[in-house]
Write a protein that binds this ligand. Structure first.
Ligand code: PLP
Length: 356
C-alpha cells in the first residue's frame, strides 16, 4: 500500500502523475521512444515545454510583461542568479529578510556581489517567527524574502509593500499552494521538488523590464535574458522534471486550480494544528500567526515516549515526519498532492499515542 508521504522534499506527487510519467519513460506520445531519449527540440518535447509555461501562466494568472522560465540548479542557483542580474555592478546593495536556513544561504551568495542589509531577522529565536514591522530602504537594488520557511515551518501571510523597490521572493515550498498576486512581485523563483514536480527543474517568473540594468558582465547561463531569448532551451533542459511539472500542473488545473487547492491546504493545516494544540504530548514550534500551511513542526513534550510514537506512525503507513535536525522533533509537510486523509491518519496516531 502507498505510504502517507509527509516528506519535506523531494515530496509527494499525485499518483496519476507518477503513472503517466512512468508510461512516458517507456513510450512517449506513441513514438515508440522514451521521453528521455528524444531531442528536446523535437516538436513533441517543445509542446511539453510550451504547455508547462502556459499552465504556470494560467494557474498563477501571470500578467503580460513577465517571462516564465524552467531552469536548472535549483533554488540554490537562484540565490546566485538573482544577485548577478539585479545587484548593481558598482555600489550594489540589497535588502534581505533572514527567516531561515534558505534565506541565510541566499544572503551569503548576495554578499559576494554587493552589500546586504538584513532588514528583518528571526535568527536569534531559531527562526520561530516571521519578522514584521521592518522598513525596506528605498536606495537598495532589490528586496528579497522567503515566502515559506520549509525547515522551521513559518510562512509569510502577507508581503510588505516595497514602494518601488524590486520585490524578489523565494517561493520554493509554497508556490501553487495559495493565491498570490504576481504583479506584486518582480521576480519569483521556486525549485520544482516541493510543490511542482520532480527535482531538477527550477521555475522563474521574472518581469522583463527589470533586467539589463546593473552594468554587470553576466556569464551567459546566469543571465535571465539568455534563457528568455532561448525560451528555456539555451542548453538541454531537464526534460523529465519539466514533463513531471507539466503533468502536476495539469493535475492541479484539473482539480480546480489554486482556489480549490488553497482550501484543501487550509483544511489540512487546520486539522494538524488543532491536534498539536489539543494534544498534551506535543507542542508546536512556530509562532501561531506565522504557522506554515505547508510544513507543520512540532516537538514531543518532555518525557514523551518518542520511540513508541515512532513505532506507531510507521505502523500506520506514515512516512517522512522526522523533523529537520536544526529543529528536532517532527515535521509534517503537507504539499498539494498530500490528501486530507493522510493528515487524518497522522492525527489519529497522535490521539492514540496521547491515550497510552
Ligand atoms: C528546498 C528549498 C531551497 C533549496 O532548493 P534547491 O532546489 O535544493 O536548491 C531553497 N529555498 C526554499 C524555501 C526551500 O524550501
Amino acid at each position: 500500500m502507498k505510504k502517507h508521504n509527509f516528506s519535506a522534499g523531494p515530496c509527494i506527487l499525485p499518483q496519476e502523475v507518477l503513472q503517466e510519467a512512468s508510461q512516458a519513460i517507456l513510450n512517449f506520445d506513441d513514438l515508440d521512444l522514451s521521453l528521455i531519449e528524444i531531442s528536446h527540440r523535437s516538436k513533441n518535447f517543445v509542446a511539453v515545454m510550451d504547455e508547462a509555461v502556459a499552465l504556470v501562466k494560467e494557474l498563477l494568472e501571470v500578467p503580460s510583461g513577465y517571462s516564465v522560465l524552467f531552469l536548472q540548479g535549483g533554488a540554490s542557483l537562484q540565490f546566485v542568479m538573482v544577485a548577478f542580474n539585479l545587484m548593481k555592478n558598482e555600489g550594489g546593495k540589497a535588502a534581505y529578510t533572514n527567516t531561515g536556513t534558505w534565506a541565510a544561504n541566499a544572503i551569503t551568495e548576495a554578499k559576494r556581489l554587493g552589500e546586504v542589509l538584513v532588514v528583518g531577522s528571526s535568527e536569534e529565536d531559531n527562526y520561530n517567527h516571521i519578522p514584521k514591522g521592518y522598513t525596506i530602504p528605498s536606495n537598495v537594488d532589490y528586496f528579497h524574502c522567503t515566502s515559506n520557511n520549509t525547515i522551521f515551518g513559518t510562512q509569510m501571510k502577507e508581503f510588505p509593500k516595497t514602494d518601488g523597490t524590486l520585490m524578489v521572493c523565494d517561493m520554493s515550498s509554497d508556490i501553487f499552494s495559495r493565491k498570490i498576486n504576481v504583479s506584486d512581485f518582480d521576480l519569483i523563483y521556486a525549485g520544482a521538488q516541493k510543490n511542482m514536480g520532480p527535482a531538477g527543474a527550477t521555475l522563474v517568473i521574472v518581469k522583463d523590464e527589470i533586467l539589463g540594468k546593473t552594468g554587470r558582465n553576466i556569464p551567459a547561463y546566469l543571465n535571465y535574458a539568455t534563457h528568455i531569448k532561448k525560451e528555456s532551451m539555451f542548453n538541454t533542459p531537464p526534460v523529465f522534471p519539466v514533463y513531471g511539472s507539466m503533468l502536476t500542473l495539469r493535475w492541479l488545473k484539473g482539480i480546480g486550480g489554486i482556489e480549490v487547492i488553497e482550501k484543501v491546504n487550509q483544511a489540512k493545516a487546520d486539522l494538524i494544528y488543532n491536534e498539536i494544540d489539543r494534544n498534551s504530548k506535543f507542542v508546536g514550534t512556530a509562532a501561531k500567526e506565522d504557522r506554515s500551511n505547508m510544513n507543520a513542526c512540532f516537538l514531543p513534550v518532555d518525557g514523551a515516549d518518542t520511540a513508541k510514537f515512532d513505532e506507531m506512525w510507521k505502523a500506520a503507513g506514515v512516512s517522512g515526519i522526522n523533523g529537520h535536525r536544526s529543529v528536532g522533533g517532527y515535521r509534517a509537510s503537507m504539499y498539494n498532492a498530500l490528501p486530507l486523509e493522510s493528515v487524518q491518519v497522522l492525527v489519529e496516531v497522535m490521539q492514540a499515542f496521547e491515550k497510552l
